[in-house]
Ligand binder design. Structure first.
Ligand SMILES: NC(=O)C1=CN([C@@H]2O[C@H](COP(=O)(O)OP(=O)(O)OC[C@H]3O[C@@H](n4cnc5c(N)ncnc54)[C@H](O)[C@@H]3O)[C@@H](O)[C@H]2O)C=CC1
Ligand SMILES: O=C(O)[C@@H]1CCC=N1
Length: 288
């Protein structure tokens, strides 16, 4: 690709995804689908699993490597490094890459719980860091990502991060202290919705509908409900009231959910998720 065709891409920096798992792939798929960056400007690193890297290379035309000896050069050549490994692998990685970095390289983390100060202490330097919390719907451009910046992040680097995550959905810039709470809502939130869908499908199957029928009905119901909130601008409670005829079938169903304390259970689940995110952060802090 020549210089001219590079011009059309919103991001022209070299970006390395350190950890090539499901979250890294979700973001890369969104970036490639929207032509935000030239595929050859993306590098995906893994520890081993050559087959996985070959698949990624084939699907997205990105560069990949699991060669330990090449990693140093790759990282030094990247203006943005996205940390996308599991929390348990983060401390060792940060310690390893800290001495290699220069102050103009931006670290973008998607790791749950890991705070900016812990990252900077593990790196051994006050690197510019964006702590983010995307979700897996990023892979179809419908992600909801939270972002916080360390004070070292320049305006230009902020623009890169917002462009990266706007390419795969909506972004919400928040104070870092609220990131664990956001994780409980949108980071892990897709799993709660899928769980609800699993139960609705199971109910239909148990009653005698086919799995295909139940899946179709459930998916369209969830999609329609989310779109209704988005397009009408009405509160979920107001829309729920419109479905719920007095003494009708919906009211009977909601009563059962309330007997199980559905509303408070969901709040408790979000809070427990946030707490777990904080616990994971505390465990990483202990590794300093
Ligand atoms: N899955 C999700 O819904 C979300 C995950 N996250 C965060 O994203 C991070 C990654 O999660 P997933 O993609 O689900 O995990 P995953 O297990 O699919 O991917 C992690 C990848 O990192 C690689 N890796 C680990 N240590 C490495 C090292 N030293 N060098 C190179 N590669 C290494 C692993 O081989 C693996 O491919 C986690 O920290 C998680 O907190 C954030 C938001 C949502
Ligand atoms: O379960 C986890 O730890 C990650 C963080 C948000 C979604 N998945």
């Amino acid at each position: 690709m020549g210089q001219m065709s590079q011009q059309q891409y919103a991001i022209q920096n070299n970006i390395t995804f350190y950890g090539a798992g499901s979250m890294a792939e979700a973001i890369v798929r969104g970036l490639i689908a929207r032509s935000i960056i030239l595929p050859s400007n993306i590098m995906m690193l893994n520890r081993s699993n050559t087959t996985r890297l070959e698949e990624l290379q084939k699907s997205y035309q990105v560069k990949t490597s699991n060669d330990e000896s090449a990693k140093i050069g790759i990282l030094q050549n990247s203006s943005v490094i996205v940390l996308a490994m599991k929390p348990k692998d983060a401390a060792a990685t940060l310690r390893q890459i800290g001495p290699l970095l220069t102050e103009d390289q931006l670290i973008v983390s998607v790791i749950a719980g890991l705070s900016i100060s812990t990252m900077q202490r593990l790196l051994g330097r006050n690197q510019p860091i964006a702590r983010t919390m995307p979700n897996t719907s990023s892979s179809i451009g419908l992600g909801a990502s939270g972002i916080s910046f360390s004070t070292e992040v320049t305006e230009d680097q902020q623009r890169i991060v917002t462009t990266l995550f706007e390419a795969v959905g909506t972004i919400t810039i928040i104070e870092e202290q609220n990131m664990d709470l956001l994780t409980g809502i949108s980071g892990s939130g897709p799993a709660y919705i899928y769980y609800m869908m699993e139960a609705m499908i199971a109910a239909g199957v148990r009653g005698g509908l086919t799995p295909e029928q139940c899946t179709e009905l459930t998916v369209q119901t969830v999609l329609g409900a989310a779109r209704m909130v988005q397009q009408t601008g009405e509160a979920p409670s107001a829309l729920r009231a419109k479905v719920t005829s007095p003494n009708g079938s919906t009211q009977a169903a909601i009563s059962v959910l309330d007997e199980g304390d559905f509303f408070e259970d969901v709040i408790a689940a979000v809070n427990r998720c946030s707490e777990r995110s904080r616990e994971m952060g505390a465990a990483l802090e202990e590794e300093i």
